[in-house]
Design a binder for this molecule. Structure first.
Ligand code: BGC
Length: 422
């Protein structure tokens, strides 16, 4: 757990980074017993549209309770948004409920006593029966308790491509790559042909995200899993090869990457400035906007070398300890878990519902491929998005990636990643 002093410094950073409308300091004055304060980092663009929709369903289902958006900017749960949340928790000013990722990310919050056991709510709403077993395994702690309610299932290992750019340079427009070598060869072709930055990359967590998909593509599902449970040696030659590939990928990307948010990197592909981006399916609304067609104007396929594997994460809502009105928080969680909430929210968000009883026919063509893969392929946990490792370990991995972006020292990165597990 970060010390309060360090968190306070982070808080001032977040406050200065907050966009108009994100005024966390003003929020507590809005609270009454009829409010539910909900923290997410879905503060703008397509992410906010998804949250707004969920809030709309909530207010229809629970007309006596007002939804209060208590979130901040910070896509992907960037370190500043997580530090801001941590400060709120440590200073006994928690939002009633906050979105985190299902899996190991919750460990530190559970250990710190910041969130409540929701097993009784699962019983009351019959939720164990409606979420798939693979997801329940992620949600349950070792002692069988459950601390969050998932709103969705996102896929992380996706390559987004602009087929017009590929066609122009005589490349296969499917975007399918069996391995990283063939992907790197096409990046080289594009670069030689004058596409300055064939792969778009954004700041901080998107770099960890890219790194994770390269590790998965190079090592395969089993050895990738082994990195997080200690059965794969971080110092092995396969990891070195993956990190060399990662270094090459960065060399094909925009030098503006450290100043760029994930969605701006997606826009580079939409606009044909880059041919490719690797990002989770929350990017779908960026590509699918304004009548652009799946398979024609953009393609989205498993990232190089990861066909037949589903790299999983889920946005999952908690209930904080020490809050004014637990019933209001439970009402929010009920909406999050409801069929209608999951349908309406996920149609916008790009993810698929966590519930198994929502009709896939109501979703778009890309999302149908996600249903198919999640139900049939081996599932691995995303590291950049909290499923594989606790916040404390991810913080170290992120620091290693940030340092590598500057010095490009593979041996140093490998040593730092190996040390992050300790
Ligand atoms: C979250 C998504 C979010 C994305 C970008 C991921 O960590 O799970 O819900 O859209 O980050 O902010």
């Amino acid at each position: 757990m970060a010390a309060v002093a360090a968190s306070a410094a982070a808080l001032s950073l977040v406050l200065s980074a907050c966009a108009a409308g994100s005024t966390p300091g003003d929020k507590p004055s809005l609270r009454t017993h009829e409010d539910v304060t909900v923290y997410t980092w879905w503060a703008s663009g397509v992410e906010k549209q998804g949250l707004d929709k969920l809030a709309e369903v909530f207010e229809q289902q629970h007309p006596g309770i007002t939804f209060v958006n208590d979130g901040v900017m910070g896509g992907g749960g960037s370190s500043t948004s997580k530090e801001y949340l941590q400060t709120r928790l440590e200073t006994q000013d928690p939002p009633d409920t906050f979105a985190a990722h299902a899996g190991a990310e919750l460990d530190d919050y559970i250990e710190g006593g910041f969130i409540q056991d929701l097993t009784p709510l699962y019983k009351k709403l019959g939720l164990k029966e409606v979420f798939p077993k693979s997801l329940m395994d992620q949600l349950k702690t070792q002692d069988g308790k459950i601390y969050s309610v998932p709103s969705n299932i996102h896929r992380a290992n996706l390559l987004w491509a602009n087929p017009a750019v590929l066609e122009k340079h005589g490349l296969d427009t499917s975007g399918q790559y069996e391995d990283l070598d063939s992907f790197i060869a096409d990046l080289e072709t594009l670069k030689q042909a004058g596409v300055e930055y064939p792969l778009s990359v954004a700041n901080e967590w998107p770099q960890v995200h890219l790194l994770e998909t390269v590790l998965l593509g190079e090592l395969g599902a089993e050895a990738y899993d082994g990195l997080w449970d200690g059965t794969t040696d971080w110092n092995g030659p396969e990891v070195t090869a993956a990190l060399e590939d990662y270094k090459q990928l960065l060399s094909f990307s925009n030098p503006t990457r450290n100043e760029m948010e994930w969605d701006a990197a997606s826009t580079m592909v939409v606009e044909g400035k880059s041919a490719f981006n690797i990002m989770g399916d929350w990017a779908l609304p960026v590509y699918a906007a304004e009548g652009r067609q799946y398979g024609k104007d953009y393609v989205v396929v498993p990232s190089p070398g990861t066909n037949g594997v589903f790299d999983f994460l889920a946005d999952s809502f908690t209930m904080s300890t020490g809050i004014l009105d637990e019933d209001a928080a439970r009402a929010w969680l009920e909406t999050v878990s409801s069929k209608e909430g999951q349908l309406e929210f996920n149609r916008i968000k790009g993810s698929i519902p966590a519930r198994t009883d929502v009709d896939p026919g109501q979703f778009n063509e890309y999302q149908k491929t996600a249903f198919e893969s999640f139900n049939n392929d081996p599932i691995v946990s995303s590291v950049a998005h909290g499923a594989a490792v606790p916040v404390s370990q991810l913080t170290k991995i992120t620091a290693a990636a940030v340092a590598f972006e500057k010095d490009g020292d593979v041996a140093k990165l490998q040593a730092a990643l190996a040390a992050s597990a300790g």
